[in-house]
Design a protein around this ligand. Structure first.
Ligand SMILES: Cc1cc2nc3c(=O)[nH]c(=O)nc-3n(C[C@H](O)[C@H](O)[C@H](O)COP(=O)(O)OP(=O)(O)OC[C@H]3O[C@@H](n4cnc5c(N)ncnc54)[C@H](O)[C@@H]3O)c2cc1C
Length: 330
């Protein structure tokens, strides 16, 4: 599914999408529905944007047609729907430069490759997310230290230390507790930022909670074996084959701010077609601003459909904005 970096150097698509969150994934489906080839670039290694990074296990209650759907299930449905467009996914790569001309666009990626397209759709949400680092975790990423928990299976029968006091830390601790050998939550304050009912749920499990505490050292050989936790004036050593540092993410619109786009309070200004001020460049989802804007998944879906249907005639002059009904071909 994910293209190699060699492919990126010569990739060309009708539509290039920056951002594989809910908006970008639905836009990819819509590009396919319009008969357009599509490349989707994301700086994260996983599809799903904020939903995958921050709340894959939470129930979402306001996506039309789903009275309640878990974040990860929504993303898998979007990925399955987008697959009909056969998207070329370039993951783990940040889009750094843009040249937008009347004839087409060229997007430069941080690995030095570039992607050409007839149009660009920016669905970059709140920007690139960089996990907040665990100071003691230097050198342990990929050897037992994670910032995301995209799937639970690798934690089965492990001693897991989750660091943090927000919703993600609490959610991951709650969900890992039934399958891990042990779960310890380490938080540097006495108060949690997470919902109280998550704190209560975790307290009702076998997980140990250590507050006013800090992970000061990770030790092991090729893989993590144990961690030191400083609390109550002592340093305690805990067995740990996995540490999850759930300390939040730093979101930054980053390079997009330097592409010559009109912005308003770090959002891209678009017209009613979702077009930006640059030729062949559209935007949709959380990254946009316009009067009455509401930042929700449902709104991003509508904006994705509006953007793709309005960029179709830019790519193929004479094409209609209205796509016809998808049900007609079923
Ligand atoms: C804890 C939490 C709970 C939420 N609950 C709900 C809810 O119940 N209902 C609801 O409707 N909304 C909810 N939201 C908001 C919802 O998640 C967002 O509205 C939605 O994710 C926006 O989708 P998007 O695709 O526009 O952007 P995002 O999901 O932010 O995706 C944007 C993607 O673009 C990528 N990107 C950015 N810049 C670049 C670049 N230069 N190069 C490459 N890639 C780049 C990012 O890595 C990211 O993957 C919640 C948000 C949070 C944090």
């Amino acid at each position: 599914m994910v293209s190699t970096s060699e492919q990126a150097g010569r990739a060309a698509s009708d539509v290039v999408v920056v951002g594989a969150g809910p908006t970008g994934l639905f836009a990819a489906y819509y590009a396919g529905f319009r008969g357009l080839s599509v490349t989707v670039v994301d700086s994260l290694p996983e599809l799903g944007g904020q939903v995958t990074a921050m709340y894959p296990e939470k129930q979402i209650l306001d996506v039309a047609g789903f009275p309640s759907i878990k974040g990860r299930d929504l993303v898998s449905g979007l990925v399955e729907q987008a697959a009909t467009a056969k998207p070329n996914y370039l993951l783990g790569r940040t889009a750094t430069t843009l040249a937008a001309e009347e004839s087409g666009i060229t997007l430069g990626l941080e690995d030095g490759s570039s992607v050409r397209g007839s149009a660009l759709l920016i669905t970059a949400g709140i920007g690139t997310f960089t996990p907040r680092h665990l100071p003691a975790g230097e050198g342990w990423v990929g050897r037992g230290l994670d910032f995301f928990v995209p799937s639970f299976a690798p934690y089965a029968d492990k001693d897991v230390v989750v660091v943090g006091g927000g919703d993600s830390a609490l959610d991951w601790a709650i969900h890992l507790e039934p399958l891990a050998r042990s779960v310890t939550l380490v938080h540097r304050r006495a108060q949690f930022r997470a919902h109280q009912h998550s704190v209560d749920r975790l307290r009702a499990t076998s997980a140990r909670i250590i507050t006013d505490a800090e992970v000061t050292e990770l030790r092991g050989d090729r893989w993590l074996v144990e961690v030191d936790v400083a609390h109550d004036g002592v340093t305690e050593t805990l067995p740990a084959q996995q540490v999850v540092a759930a300390l939040g993410f730093i979101a930054d619109l980053g390079p997009i701010q330097h592409w010559g786009l009109v912005t308003e309070k770090r959002h891209l200004v678009v017209d009613e077609r979702m077009a930006t001020n640059l030729p062949r460049v559209f935007a949709a989802g959380d990254v946009t601003d316009h009067p009455g804007k509401v930042k929700l998944i449902a709104v991003g879906f509508g904006e994705a459909a509006t953007a793709v249907n309005n960029l179709a005639p830019v790519i193929h002059p004479g094409a209609h904005v209205f796509p016809g009904h998808s049900s007609e071909g079923s």
